[in-house]
Design a protein around this ligand. Sequence first.
Ligand code: SF4
Ligand code: SF4
Length: 182
Amino acid sequence: MARYAMVIDTRKCSGCQSCTVACRVNNELPIDMIYNPVTTHGPIGKFPHVRMVHLPLLCMHCGNSPCVDACPTGASQQREDGIVWVEESKCVGCKTCIMVCPYGARVTNAKKGTVQKCNFCKDERVDQGKVPWCVQTCHQKARVFGDIEDKDSEVYRLVNTTKTTGRLLEELDTEPFVYYLY
Ligand code: SF4
Ligand code: SF4
């Protein structure tokens, strides 16, 4: 069984937000909802070697996912391949998952009264053998998606051969499966 992960190379990301737009369009999100914002920080470094850092954010598809544990109806679920998703018909909009997610990855759909989030485009892309829209769209090739259990995969190679690899809020033991290269 695969274990899906995403690697984001912050050295390649230009902050163009094409991924954000591709996600919103293809997931038909209302104007007030975003699954994968790109934040910008800096400048970092010492003059003249300074740069801005762009940090794309999304659901981390945590190995220890507090949102799944906390959901009172079973709407928040995790597949065997690691993808965390929300079954809309079971979501009562209580927002418990929003409160326990340390990454701010979940948003409320005000019209539907349900909570939604990135699911790695599981139905339209991953289950059809394709990469998520944000990966497909990134012209900088800053995003890589794949099976991190597969030693021949690009995500495995990048995580295991790049010295400067990190995950967000690792100290919380949520075991995020989005890795950042910096
Ligand atoms: Fe960065 Fe690629 Fe997203 Fe542009 S599309 S913001 S380069 S990750
Ligand atoms: Fe759940 Fe948040 Fe982790 Fe995604 S990032 S799996 S929503 S706790």
